[in-house]
Design a protein around this ligand. Sequence first.
Ligand code: 6R9
Length: 652
Amino acid sequence: MSHETLENLLNETRTFQPSDEFAAVANAQPFIYAQANKDRIAFWEEQAALLQWDRHWDTALDWQPPYAKWFVGGTLNASVNCLDRHVNEGRGERIAFHFEGEPGDTRTITYAQLLTDVKKAANALTELGVKTGDRVAIYMPMIPEAAIAMLACARIGAPHSVVFGGFSAEALLSRIQDADASLVITADGGFRKGSAFALKPAVDEALLGETNVKKVLVVKRTGQEVAWDSDRDIWWHDAIDRASDEHVAASFDSEHPLFILYTSGTTAKPKGIFHTTGGYLTQVAFTHRMVFDLKPETDVFWCTADVGWITGHSYVVYGPLINGATQVMYEGTPDTPHKGRIFEIVEKYGVTILYTAPTLILTWMKWGDEFPLAHNLSSLRLLGSVGEPINPEAWIWYNLIIGGGRCPIVDTWWQTETGAIMISPLPGVTATKPGSAMRPLPGISAKVVDERGNPVEKGHGGYLILDQPWPSMLRGIWGEPDRYKDNYWSKFDGIYFAGDGAKLDDDGAIWLLGRVDDVMNVSGHRISTTEVESALVSHEAVAEAAVVGAADAMTGQGIVAFVILRSGIAHAEGDELIQQLRNHVAKEIGAIAKPRQILVVAELPKTRSGKIMRRLLKDVAENRAVGDSTTLADPNIMKLISAGLRNSTPEE
Ligand code: 6R9
């Protein structure tokens, strides 16, 4: 059976031109592509020069594949670039964060205030024995202290390892052990879905394991009862209150480790992706300014990601703060106390730039248009998407219902490993196509290649690779150099393989097709789960879809689809609906992509960062016991789905 390359089946022809008004004042101008092409390294040096360096670098790039060093010999301090610089240059009174707690409590934090808090926290960490190079684990709800803790670590050169607050004690322990952290910063708990959840007990449980943790700093957020080890535990407010607000930051090498972040770990042992300072800060600041067209004096930027993910590191903490942005930070869930909460916050703070994930956009579509339509969203001027391919229908909905048809959408492709956005339209420059991340940013070389590593022709699909080093690239997997080489650099020699499939359309625009492990093989045709999902979502009855390939005696793999229906839309029921959906996919893509089985479900299994865990759906579709689901946001979902599938009859 011949294995064709990923087929270009789904055809999307709509394009959206930038408006003249937007283009006239956009930060990005068309010439920067040519400028970067002419001399990529010089282009990045120009971007790096916008940071505040204490010592200028000697060499821009030292590239010994697969190891890169950027701005070698330069020294700087990340927190100085995020904070002191703004205060010193007279921007101290600018608001850094409008914080909104889930219960409705609010805090307004200026750059000057944030700097004072970070200086005190840095002094407190030093007093607790944390030294340059020591690792600090941060396990927090989405509150300002999470950012303050990260910046205080950066200020004293102690790499932070943020562990998402939704992870278990076990997951926390393995990450503390792997990074060999000596201090944990946490909170008593946080607010989520209308009540207080606890964090401190998970830290207590994790620290029953073998670690070198000496102290635990605890932020009081909820006021709930906590167990206390008086030799080890210290209240954050006690430590901060007694700390001095004077702190002169040391300058660190450009390649000094800034943080470790463990990837969500849907399989095997999580990988500790580590990033360093100068190159990372250069690229997050550049991309934040250009891709989001940030105008720091007037914009209100809101990235809805938690600091536990890379998106929260790069586009809540480092990128926006370096650029002096005013941001919204929200602690809770989007449907507490009602399904319009996000839109209410957009209206309240006059958010101008909203950056979120397809999972939330699809959820909003499922809930119905009445929630966004009940709020004045006219302050919005730009929308972003990250985390998964966005279906064309979701893109159109985002554009019309949230963006009022006037906001450019930037679909940004990148990874924990890449550190910053790599493929995205530039607003005001790029004519966008719904569902495509379009093209590599200036200074980035990304290609779609075949099995042998040769670039595919337009109209064809293959593997997404990065064949030139970039400033914010990962510098390795913490403590596992061989795994770093095997995982990312072995499929094609000296070339970074991202693990994603992609296709180039006839204009050369890039369409992400999901992880290559998710590509299905039906009768020798390689069909991407993303394309079938997009076809299903383009049916008016469907809010969200997840598709997997299940072993099939006749065809190699059969397509099994799980769909969530939209509320408030009239549609056929039962077998008639299923038949309609199958025919719809056949019409959109071709008969080859007709799902063998379609199951209507209430929820899909997702990680806490909103990525669908297709591996688990595949287990169900192939009648296997469901594998490790510890990273699932709601573990009960799999039981419901398994029961549903047993009661449904396959077609044919
Ligand atoms: C930033 C982030 C990385 C993986 C990546 C890809 C998927 C992210 C995407 C996208 C299509 C986009 N992904 N952005 N797929 N279009 N705009 O999400 O990092 O959690 O490490 O995930 O997410 O599969 O390889 P991370």
